[in-house]
Design a protein around this ligand. Structure first.
Ligand code: PEP
Length: 247
């Protein structure tokens, strides 16, 4: 049985001490067994987050990484480094990485392969902008992001990873997507994976919705047939609010 996965994407928020405080408070709570809870702090908080969550059900993820193992890439963090820290997940291709840091589908695909090579589970983000949605391009755009982002991955790898469908217009705007509409797009993603891989891979891969998810609306998403969890920014920054998403 696949577990819904609720992941906290803190973006560039929280110092090391704030991260410690959050993980300590969350560790003291009962994480429901039927949900996988993942916290993704900035790089500097990962080591403490991994240490403090030991013995709990909490998983830790990074928000990005380089695809190379080491070398002259000033300011970057490699998959070897994350693997050494025993990080579980890594968010790849978030729309902020694509829009603000120029990440292409080809670069993201290299990162996805590097994640698997070092035992990290990728959370691959895809999603359309407002202009693309208004032009009726959502389906074609997402298929392209998937075709390039998943290139050369085996069916087993795709079955094990997480895809986050995040309409860019819904991220951090308070304008969450209609849950039925999000489910429709996620169904299309699953159908596409079935077409390029097979039915069992399409059934196994967990596909999250992301975009202004909060305690008041999460149930509307989780009750949809094809939505396997949520990637959450703003509402994941306070322990109480994040915990409400899990229960
Ligand atoms: C995100 O950062 O991926 C996100 C979905 O943010 P928010 O929940 O704030 O819209």
């Amino acid at each position: 049985m696949k577990k819904p996965i609720i992941a906290a994407n803190w973006k560039m928020n929280k110092t090391v001490s704030e991260t410690e405080e959050f993980i300590k408070k969350l560790s003291a709570k009962d994480i429901p067994e039927h949900i996988e809870a993942v916290v993704c702090p900035p790089f500097i908080g990962l080591k403490d987050a991994v240490k403090l969550k030991q013995g709990t059900a909490i998983k830790v993820g990074a928000q990005n990484m380089h695809f190379e193992e080491h070398g002259a890439y000033t300011g970057e963090v490699s998959p070897v480094m994350l693997s050494d820290l025993q990080v579980d997940y890594v968010i790849l291709g978030h729309s902020e990485r694509r829009q603000l840091f120029g990440e292409t589908d080809e670069v993201i695909n290299k990162k996805v392969h590097a994640a698997f090579k070092y035992g990290l589970y990728p959370i691959l983000c895809v999603g359309e902008t407002l202009e693309q949605m208004e032009a009726g391009d959502t389906e074609v755009l997402i298929q392209k992001q998937l075709e390039l982002g998943l290139a050369w991955l085996s069916a087993n790898q795709v079955a094990d990873m997480v895809i986050a469908y995040e309409p860019v217009w819904a991220i951090g705007t308070g304008k969450s997507s209609n849950p039925e509409l999000a489910n429709q797009t996620i169904k299309q993603i699953r159908k596409y994976i079935q077409d390029i891989y097979d039915t069992s891979t399409a059934k196994s891969v967990r596909i999250q919705y992301g975009g202004s998810v909060k305690p008041e609306n999460i149930k509307d998403y989780l009750k949809q047939s094809d939505i396997d969890g949520a990637l959450v920014g703003g509402a994941s920054l306070q322990v109480e609010s994040f915990y409400k998403l899990l229960v």
